[in-house]
Design a protein around this ligand. Structure first.
Ligand code: G3P
Length: 217
């Protein structure tokens, strides 16, 4: 499973990238606002920082303008994946942009039917939003499982990019189901390493080691 970082914060990406934990980055208009940066500048910096796909989202809502924005974003770097919303205009833009050999991430996916259309439009990635479904008492993980089953039924190439990740459980369950990618905030990725029994066991090792009176160096 590939792990993408869901942020436009350069320092957070760099920190995880140094550990080999960054297979890609996803951004969206809200994350750009949060970064306080210019979209073209910060996206260019991210693309130079990592080798994997960097999703940059169009902000137009009609197909022709999406296509124009997508072409401009794709010019930033070869590893740009143009993000378009799962609307008919977004699907049209996806078809044109993938037809031009560009990577496209179709986002704001909330149903299997939407995911089928994204695959048929040639999307490189589809981003089902787990957390936002959970927020309204629907089962976000069930959507990931259903999309995985349908894509496998028909051999769709589109990669399932599990998004709107709110917990380490979302990451583990997405991996169990077989999502191709998970994109998560830096804090959730960091939380993957935490376990109280690890802390407890390490403390016990250190206490016993201190009793040996030994040193390694
Ligand atoms: O990549 C999509 C992600 O940023 C959305 O997450 O928590 O705003 O639903 P959230």
């Amino acid at each position: 499973m590939k792990l993408f970082v869901d942020t436009a914060e350069i320092d957070a990406i760099a920190e995880l990238n140094e550990l080999g934990m960054v297979d890609g980055v996803t951004t969206n208009p809200s994350l750009i606002l949060k970064s306080g940066r210019d979209i073209l500048e910060v996206t260019r910096e991210i693309c130079a920082l990592i080798d994997g796909p960097v999703s940059a989202e169009v902000v137009a809502t009609d197909a022709q303008a999406m296509i124009a924005e997508g072409r401009k974003l794709a010019e930033i770097a070869p590893n740009i994946a143009v993000k378009v919303p799962l609307t008919w205009d977004g699907l049209r833009a996806c078809k044109v942009l993938t037809g031009e050999g560009r990577m496209v991430n179709v986002t704001l996916c909330f149903s299997v039917n939407q995911a089928i259309l994204a695959a048929k439009a040639g999307a490189t990635f589809v981003s089902p939003f787990i957390g936002r479904l959970d927020d309204i008492n629907l089962d976000g993980m069930e959507l990931i499982a259903d999309i995985r089953a349908v894509y496998d039924n028909y051999g769709f190439d589109t990669q399932i990019l599990a998004a709107s990740i709110r917990s380490v459980n979302h990451i583990a369950e997405s991996a169990r189901i077989g999502a191709d990618v998970v994109t998560a905030p830096p804090a959730v990725i960091k939380a993957m390493a935490a376990h109280p029994l690890t802390d407890k066991g390490l403390a016990a090792f250190m206490a016993d080691w201190a009793k040996t009176g030994q040193k390694i160096l």
